[in-house]
Each structure stands twice: as C-alpha cells, then as structure tokens.
Design a protein around this ligand. Sequence first.
Ligand code: GAL
Length: 344
Amino acid sequence: MNIKTIVILVAGIILLSCGQKKDQQSESAMIVSGAEWLDTDGNMINAHGGGVLYHEGTYYWYGEYKGDSTYWNPKVPSWECYRSEAGGVSCYSSKDLTNWKFEGVVLKPNLTDSLSELHPSNVLERPKVIYNDQTKKFVMWLHVDSHDYAKAAAGVAVSDTPNGKFEYLGSMRPNDVMSRDMTLFKDDDGKAYHFYSSENNKTLYISELTDDYLKPTGKFTRNFIDQSREAPAVFKRNGKYYVLSSGCTAWDPNQAEYAVADSIMGEWTVMGNPCSGKDANITFYGQSTHVLKIEGKDDAYMAMFDKWNKTDLINSRYIWLPIQFNGDSIDIAWREKWAVDGIF
Ligand code: GAL
C-alpha cells in the first residue's frame, strides 16, 4: 500500500465517522411519530390529549397523566368505554420540541376524596393552558367528567407559573350545555375562546371567555350542527382561523376534517380531510389535539395528534407533523420522521 492509498483510506474513515456522528445527532433532533417518546430522565412521556404553550422562550406541553392500568367500564353500554385512572395533568418543558423535561404533575389528582372531581375514578381529559397578560395567570381548561362521561363539564385551574402548581377552581357546564372534547384559543387581541363538543358531542360550541379567561361571557355560536366533530385544534394564519377536528368514534381513529373562517365565531367553511399519504383516511391512526405555531420561524405550524391504544391507554403514542399551506388550503402529509430545523 503506497502513501497515497493510505491517505485516501484514512480520509475516507474520518469522513464516514463524521457522517455517522451527524446522523446520530440529527436522529436525536427528529420527531418520530408513533415511536416511544422518552423525557430527559428516560421515562415515557405521559401527556395525552394535550396542548403546548410557548412562554418566554420555552415550550410547555400539558397533557393527561394517565394511570398505568386500563379497564373497560361496563356501566357505559352504548360505546366501548375504556378507562384509566385520571392522574391529573402533567407538564413537560422544552426549548427545541424534541428534548422534554418532566416538570411534574401540575394539576394534582385528589387521591383521598372520592367525591372530588379530581379523584382518579373520574375523567380529566384534553387540558389546555393559555396565559393571561392582564392577570398574569396561566389558565387551564379541561374536560371534567364522571366515570361514565355523564357529567360533561369543563373545569378551570390557575397558576402563577407555567410549571404549576395549578389551583383547581371547579367546573361548569358552559352556557348551560354539555361540554366534552375541548380546546382553548387566544387571539392576537388577547381575547380567548373555548371550543367544545356539546349537545351529546353533536355540535361544536365556540364560546367567548371573560377577560380573566375564567368564565364564558355568554356570547357563543353553534357550529357544525349535528356533524359530531370532536378533538378540536384551532389556529390562526394570515388573518384566517382554522379548526382541525376528528369524527366521533371513541378511541378508534377516523377521518380528520378542517374548516376555515374569517371570524373566530364562524361561519366556517368545511375544506375536507387535510391529511395525505399512508393511512390519511384514518388520520394515520391518530386524533387531533392541538396545533402549535412554532416560534421564530416563518409560517411554521405543527399538528399534534394522539395515537390511542385503547386497551392500554398509558401506552398511547404521539403523532406530530408539519402543516403545509397552499393558499388557504392545508396539507398534513405523513412522514416517518422529520426535524423541525429541517422542514421550517
Ligand atoms: C374520544 C375523545 C377522547 C376520549 C375518548 C373516550 O372521542 O376524543 O378525548 O374522551 O373519546 O372514548
């Protein structure tokens, strides 16, 4: 072997090892939908039906902290009511949307009082948190229900800091109607809105909140009447409002749909299924929960879904995908994995 061959060989080995290192590095910055996601302590992330709040340079992900056994509730004969103990609301923080630090259970369950709404035998789902610039409080709304989903109410909790502890203020049937799957949306003018599936999940209500975000003002609209839309996720882009939602098939996946409006309270124009690629007709086995605007990047929105595992709910997974726009239309294409910095 002459000196030239040796130099080429050595250079080749160095290049190869650099490439591998780069792959490993980028692998850790990848969002791999449906995979097991671990927090920075190496534990499974337990934040289902959740939403993400961006506050002062950090993302806070709030979700259902599910108990580790799933059972079927025979007291609900009309649908497959799989349940797990409601362990409160968890919070994880991140700067980059891939490395998540567990901040703890920020809305704690009440383990001792079986009559408490926060008792694990009840239902706590789809928590969402927004920040109120006037009161300087972090305000959480969530779906609060009895073990058989008959209560159909919305609970409210507040905290002075994003990572809790949240103080539970109680629940209500907003505007005196049922409230189950829900989300919050804070508009650019600081006004906030509660979107919730009502009338036995048949009609989606959009309800304006008071300035402190703690109650409905009484101004609301009924949308997608009798269309059974659930799992609403709302965002705004270029002055238009979007709502992404699922159909109503309990934990089983179905086709997503999105609608666009010029005004937050409607009228909404239904645009169809935003998903494309493998299993797009069943939302890649997922159900919408939130759309996040990624900070510091142009036109960067990410759709978040839950991939429910109905017989082992704590082992449900997460599907996060970038949204692409074509005029007012959106496309959420399936990707095995992607990096926030690679796409946006
Ligand atoms: C889904 C809903 C979930 C949960 C589930 C119970 O339709 O989106 O949040 O309530 O039903 O089966």
